[in-house]
Design a protein around this ligand. Structure first.
Ligand code: ZN
Length: 685
C-alpha cells in the first residue's frame, strides 16, 4: 500500500480552506481524512474516523483547546470541515477519571461540549481520540489488519508483526470502556505509534497529519506483507451443477425468498438486491466449506448493522431447475429466520429483555455457482451490504490463508447490533410507502412515463425507465437521480422486452410494479384505413402491453410475492373519437387485457388496473397539435386543454398520481381510474 500524500495537494487544501476561515490543522486533517476514506481497503461506509487536537475560537471569539473529530453520518472520502465538529478538550479529559459512563450519558456529554451546538454528533470513538495525547489520530478498519487480528491467536500474531511498535487492545465494544482501556494500553507503552484494536481495527498517531497518515499506510503494508507469506491454499471448490441458472432467473427467486408477509393483507416487506460475482467472491462462495467460514461472524463489529452477523447460504441454482431452487431457497431462508429469532431471544434475555427485534431477513446472500447478493430496503443500502460483504470476503480469505478466521463472540455481536448508537447511524426517518419495491415504467422517456417514474421514485420505490429511445430514458433517469435505471426497450419486439425485464431483474433483483405506458396514436377513417396501419397500431397499443405484462408476470411468479400491473389505456377505449379507430381499437382490447390479467392472476396476488387519461400534453398530443386543434375550434389553447366538466387542464403529473394511487391500493384490481377533468361520454358506468 502506497502513501498518496502529495505536499502540493496538502498546500492547496490549506489555501482553499483558509479562504473560508478554516485553520491549517483542520485543513490538513480534512485532506488526509479524504485520502484514507477514498481507499476501500482502509475505510468503507463509515468504518473509521480521524481527529486533530487544535485551538479554535468559541462562539465569543475566545481561543479554546478542542478535538475536531469526525461527525456521525459523514463520509470520510468526501470530508469537509463541517464534518469534523469541534469538542472542548477540557471536559472530555475530565471524564476519564470516572469509573464508568453509559452510552447515552457519553453522547449527551459530547454534545454538551461542542463549540457549535448545531454541529453533527461527534463519533462514538471520540473519547478514545481525546484520551491519547497525539495531535493527529487516524482510525480505520483496514481489511489486512482484520485478517491478522481475526484469528484465535490474533493478538500474538499482531504482537509479532508490529514488534512493539503498536499497543494491542483486547476486544471491547466502542464507548467509554474501550477509550479508557486503549489509553491504559498506550500509557503502558508510550512509544507506541498506534494501537491494534483486536478484531476491530487500527489507530495510528502522529505529530503531523502526514505522520499519522503515513504510519497507517506503513502499518497496513506490514500486515499485507505478513499475509503474503506462507499462505496455504484455501477454499477447495465444491461440486457444482454443470450449468448454473442465469442471474436474471435466480435473482427474483432469491428476492422472493427473502421477503416477509406484512400484517396488512397483501402487503410484503421486500428488499432490493445488488449482485457481485467477481473472482474473489466466486472462489469464496463456491468453496466446499462455505457453510463453515461464512458463518463465523463479522470481520469488524460495525458491519453487523448493515450485513447482519452471518450471510444466508443458498444451494447452487442448476439451470432449468428453477422450481427446485425456489423450494430450497424458501427452506434456507426459513432456517435463517429461525436461527435469527433464536439468537435474538437468547441474547435479549441476557440483557434483560429490553430490545425490540429488527427484521430477521438476511442482508447478504451467498449463491454458489453465481456470486453474492447484498440486500437492503433501498438500492443504496443493498450496495453498502454488498461492498461490506466483499471486504469481509477479502479479510476472511486472507485470514484463512494464514490461519483460521475467528470473529468476536455472539454476545459481542448482539451488543453491537442492538446498540442504540449503532442503530442511530441508520437514521430513524419514517420509510416511504414504496420502500423496497421495484417499479418498471415503459415509454418512460415521454411526458407521462417520466412523470410516473418520478412519482414512484418520490414515493420511495426503485425505478427502471424503459424506452425505445434510450437517450430519452437516460435523460429522464438522470433527472430522477439516485439509483434510477435506464434500459432500452422496444415493446413491439418480444426479445427486446424479455431482455429489458431480465436487465431489471439482474439489477434490482426483480419487479413489483409495472406501468405499461408506451403507446402512439395512428389515425384513419376506419372504413378506408390501410390494414397495415391498423396492424402497426395493434403491435404497439395492444401487443406491446401484452408482452410487457407477460414478462412482468414471469418475474412476479418467480418471486411469489404478488405484484401490480398498471396500464395506460386512454379514454379512446370507452369513447371513440372520429377517425381515431386505429388508436381506439387496440386500446379497447388493452382494457379487456387488464381485466383478463386481473382474473387470471388474482389468486397469485397480482393486481391489474388501468388509467384512462385524456388530453394530456405529451408525445401523443404535442404542442403543435394543440395549437392546430384549438385554432380549428376557434378556442384559445387554454380553453381547448381545459375543455372538460371541471374546466381544468389535466397534466402528466395528474396521471402519475393516479398510477401511484393504484399501486398503493392493495385491495383494488380490475379498476379503471379516469383522469380527464370530466367527460360524461367517456365516463364508465
Ligand atoms: Zn472503529
Amino acid at each position: 500500500m502506497q502513501s498518496r500524500y502529495v505536499e502540493s495537494d496538502a498546500g492547496a487544501a490549506i489555501e482553499r480552506y483558509a479562504r473560508v476561515g478554516v485553520g491549517r490543522d483542520l485543513a490538513l486533517r480534512v485532506y488526509t481524512t479524504r485520502l484514507l476514506g477514498q481507499d476501500p481497503r482502509l475505510v468503507l461506509h463509515g468504518g473509521g474516523n480521524t481527529s486533530v487536537k487544535t485551538t479554535v475560537p468559541d462562539l465569543l471569539g475566545q481561543g479554546t483547546a478542542v478535538l475536531c473529530v469526525k461527525g456521525t453520518g459523514w463520509d470520510m472520502g468526501a470530508m469537509e470541515p463541517p464534518g469534523m465538529p469541534a469538542v472542548r478538550m477540557e471536559p472530555l479529559l475530565k471524564l476519564r477519571g470516572r469509573e464508568a459512563v453509559n452510552d447515552e450519558e457519553m453522547v449527551r456529554f459530547q454534545r454538551a461540549s461542542l463549540i457549535d451546538p448545531m454541529a453533527p454528533n461527534p463519533s462514538v470513538e471520540t473519547l478514545l481520540h481525546a484520551f491519547v495525547p497525539h495531535k493527529f489520530v487516524d482510525h480505520t478498519h483496514a481489511t489486512a489488519i482484520l485478517s491478522l487480528s481475526d484469528q484465535p491467536d490474533g493478538e500474538a500474531i499482531c504482537a509479532d508483526v508490529f514488534d512493539g511498535r503498536m499497543g494491542i487492545v483486547p476486544y471491547i465494544m466502542p464507548g467509554f470502556a474501550l477509550a479508557k482501556k486503549s489509553a491504559e494500553v498506550f500509557e503502558a507503552n508510550p512509544k507506541a505509534e498506534g494501537l491494534i484494536l483486536h478484531k476491530h481495527g487500527i489507530f495510528t498517531f502522529g505529530a503531523s497529519a502526514r505522520d499519522a497518515y503515513e504510519r497507517m499506510i506503513e502499518m497496513v503494508s506490514r500486515a499485507e506483507a505478513r499475509l503474503a507469506q506462507n499462505r496455504k491454499s484455501v477454499f477447495v471448490t465444491a461440486q457444482l451443477p454443470q450449468q448454473c441458472a442465469a442471474l436474471a432467473v435466480a435473482a427474483p427467486i432469491v428476492r422472493g425468498a427473502c421477503s416477509l408477509e406484512e400484517t396488512t393483507d397483501g402487503a410484503w416487506r421486500r428488499l432490493i438486491l445488488e449482485f457481485r460475482g467477481g473472482d474473489a467472491v466466486r472462489t469464496f462462495v463456491d468453496g466446499a466449506e462455505v457453510a463453515r467460514y461464512s458463518q463465523a461472524g463479522v470481520v469488524t463489529p460495525d458491519h453487523t448493522i448493515r450485513t447482519k452477523n452471518w450471510p444466508l447460504v443458498l444451494p447452487a441454482p442448476a439451470d432449468g431447475k428453477a422450481e427446485e431452487f425456489k423450494r430450497a431457497a424458501a427452506a434456507a431462508v426459513a432456517v435463517f429466520i429461525e436461527r435469527y429469532k433464536a439468537y435474538f431471544a437468547r441474547n435479549n434475555a441476557r440483557v434483560g429483555g429490553t430490545k425490540k427485534m429488527l427484521d430477521p431477513l438476511p442482508r447478504v446472500a451467498l449463491v454458489p455457482g453465481l456470486g453474492l447478493f447484498g440486500l437492503g430496503r433501498s438500492k443504496k443500502d443493498a450496495k453498502v451490504a454488498a461492498d461490506l460483504a466483499e471486504a469481509a470476503i477479502e479479510s476472511i480469505t486472507d485470514a484463512e490463508a494464514i490461519g483460521r478466521f475467528e470473529s468476536i463472540s455472539e454476545a459481542d455481536m448482539f451488543d453491537v447490533e442492538y446498540w442504540s448508537l449503532e442503530q442511530a447511524k441508520l437514521g430513524s426517518a419514517k420509510e416511504l410507502p414504496l420502500a423496497g419495491q421495484v417499479a418498471v415504467v415503459t415509454g418512460a422517456g415521454g411526458a407521462i412515463g417520466a412523470a410516473t417514474a418520478r412519482a414512484f421514485a418520490a414515493a420511495g420505490g426503485e425505478v427502471a425507465l424503459l424506452d425505445v429511445n434510450e437517450e430519452a430514458a437516460r435523460a429522464a433517469a438522470k433527472a430522477i437521480g439516485g439509483a434510477a435505471l435506464a434500459v432500452r426497450c422496444d415493446v413491439t419486439d418480444a426479445s427486446s422486452v424479455h431482455d429489458a425485464f431480465d436487465q431489471v431483474a439482474a439489477h434490482f433483483g426483480g419487479v413489483d410494479i409495472v406501468v405499461s405506458n408506451a403507446g402512439a396514436a395512428w389515425q384513419g377513417r376506419i372504413g378506408e384505413v390501410d390494414e397495415a396501419i391498423l396492424r402497426q397500431s395493434f403491435e404497439l397499443n395492444f401487443y406491446g402491453h401484452q408482452r410487457v405484462a407477460q414478462n412482468a408476470v414471469r418475474i412476479m411468479l418467480a418471486q411469489g410475492t404478488g405484484g401490480c400491473l398498471l396500464f395506460n389505456v386512454s379514454k379512446q377505449a370507452i369513447n371513440p373519437g372520429p377517425n381515431f379507430g386505429p388508436y381506439g381499437l387496440p386500446k379497447a382490447a388493452t382494457l379487456f387485457l387488464v381485466r383478463q390479467y386481473a382474473l387470471d392472476y388474482g389468486a397469485d396476488g397480482i393486481r391489474a388496473n388501468a388509467v384512462n387519461a385524456d388530453r394530456i400534453r405529451s408525445g401523443i398530443l404535442t404542442d403543435a397539435m394543440i395549437a392546430q386543434r384549438s385554432l380549428a375550434r376557434g378556442l384559445s389553447e387554454k380553453e381547448y386543454m381545459s375543455g372538460n366538466l371541471l374546466g381544468r387542464e389535466v397534466t402528466a403529473q395528474d396521471v402519475a398520481q393516479a398510477f401511484l394511487a393504484q399501486a398503493l391500493a392493495l385491495k383494488t384490481t380490475a379498476d379503471v381510474t379516469t383522469v380527464d377533468g370530466g367527460n360524461i361520454a367517456a365516463a364508465l358506468r
